[in-house]
Design a protein around this ligand. Structure first.
Ligand SMILES: [Zn+2]
Length: 403
């Protein structure tokens, strides 16, 4: 049955935007007083009522709304929301002046979450993840990438990935799983970091493949995690098993992003410490750059050089990094709006970074727009002008609607 939904004050389909480089708001297509024609959950057309009535006289008008600005659902292409416990103690220590490294060295940091996550059953992890994913969905995020990385052993990583799979059947949001067993080496592992990576590439990645638990493999390259020399053979092994590869790069020190780009990573995420020469290299590649302003806010550190990346010609996505340690807030729109003010980003650059360009970071086709044939997952904002959304810096929340 064909349905006509509207009228909407403004519809922003976010179609036709280049996937790389700077964007001006004048490049945004804005359909004023528009209607959406859909069939079986897919969009068929967006334009005025008169035109749609003429071309599709039998379509049924099911909803009438007004004073609404419509956007496609957001895509959060980087989260760690499959975990148990919390890290309020770390947060307090950090605010008392301790660094991320000092807290980790003192046995805090990721360890606390690993211990709590290992202690939780798969069912509990599923339940906690569904709760967080549903909250994200209610705030406009319809596709959520979710990493493992708090198990750090073959068995515990599989438990996390199976919980993500189970949650994907329950939550309204679509989940994209990623294996981040290479988050850090757990201190209870008998060997060195290189040996740990060898173990997971031999004993974990093939099982993930067989069980269809993830198509993506991520690694944290940093002094506190893995060096570029340790990461290269691991990423090569993941590629040979046909996983897409992703790198947590340049968060505290530069170096990871250039290795990631050379190896054909689908995205490099963080980039707070990226040097100018690496910005150029990212921009000239097919690797998407993912800024994570939530981590900058949580750690009280500077932002990724989003403006420079865009000016150089990169594909810039914006994600929440929602995790219990450095980015506990998980409010993607608020974080993107704050990054925009700090880095001087246009609304077009921010909305593209939360939709089509985030879809590119996840290699998802036909997602992040209201193009013809795309799923009709809409965000409806109580506003008359799309600029009100970022102007309210995250306080304006959408109503979710499927057509
Ligand atoms: Zn992360």
């Amino acid at each position: 049955m064909k349905r006509l939904t509207g009228p909407f004050t403004q519809i922003l389909p976010l179609t036709g935007l280049p996937l790389k480089g700077p964007l001006k708001d004048s490049q945004l297509q804005v359909v004023s007083n528009g209607w959406i024609l859909s069939n079986n959950g897919r969009i068929i057309a967006i334009c005025t009522l008169e035109r749609l009535r003429r071309d599709h006289p039998s379509a049924q008008i099911e909803e009438v709304m007004d004073e609404r600005v419509v956007l496609p659902g957001f895509i959060d292409c980087h989260t760690h929301i499959c975990y148990a416990g919390n890290r309020m103690q770390d947060y307090a220590l950090r605010c008392a002046g301790k660094s991320y490294g000092e807290i980790a060295e003192a046995g805090g940091g990721i360890w606390d979450t690993v211990t709590a996550t290992r202690g939780a059953s798969e069912e509990t992890l599923t339940e906690l993840l569904v709760r967080r994913a549903d909250r994200h969905f209610s705030e406009g995020v319809t596709i959520i990438e979710v990493k493992s990385g708090y198990g750090l052993s073959v068995e515990q990583e599989l438990k996390q990935l199976r919980a993500i799979k189970a949650a994907s059947y329950i939550t309204k949001a679509a989940l994209v799983p990623t294996c981040l067993a290479a988050h850090i080496k757990h201190s209870d592992f008998g060997g060195n970091r290189g040996e740990y990576l060898e173990l997971i590439s031999k004993e974990l990645l093939p099982v993930i493949k067989i069980e269809g638990l993830a198509k993506r493999v991520d690694i944290f390259i940093d002094n506190s995690a893995f060096t570029t020399e340790q990461a290269i053979p691991f990423l090569e092994r993941a590629k040979s098993l046909e996983f897409d590869i992703i790198v947590h790069a340049d968060q505290f020190s530069a170096g990871g992003s250039s290795v990631a780009v050379e190896m054909g990573a689908v995205s490099v995420d963080h980039l707070e410490a990226t040097k100018d020469r690496d910005i150029k290299m990212i921009a000239n590649s097919n690797t998407a750059a993912v800024a994570l302003p939530g981590a900058s806010l949580g750690l009280g550190m500077g932002y990724a050089p989003a403006r420079k990346l865009l000016n150089a010609g990169a594909c810039l996505a914006i994600a929440s990094d929602w995790n219990p340690g450095s980015a506990p807030m998980g409010d993607l729109l608020m974080q993107a709006a704050v990054l925009g003010a700090a880095e001087k980003l246009s609304a077009a650059e921010i909305f593209a970074g939360l939709t089509v360009r985030a879809a590119q970071a996840l290699r998802l086709d036909n997602r992040g727009t209201l193009a013809i044939g795309a799923p009709g997952n809409l965000q409806l904002y109580p506003a008359n002008d799309y600029r009100e959304i970022l102007y309210n810096q995250g306080k304006l929340k959408p109503m979710m609607k499927s057509v």
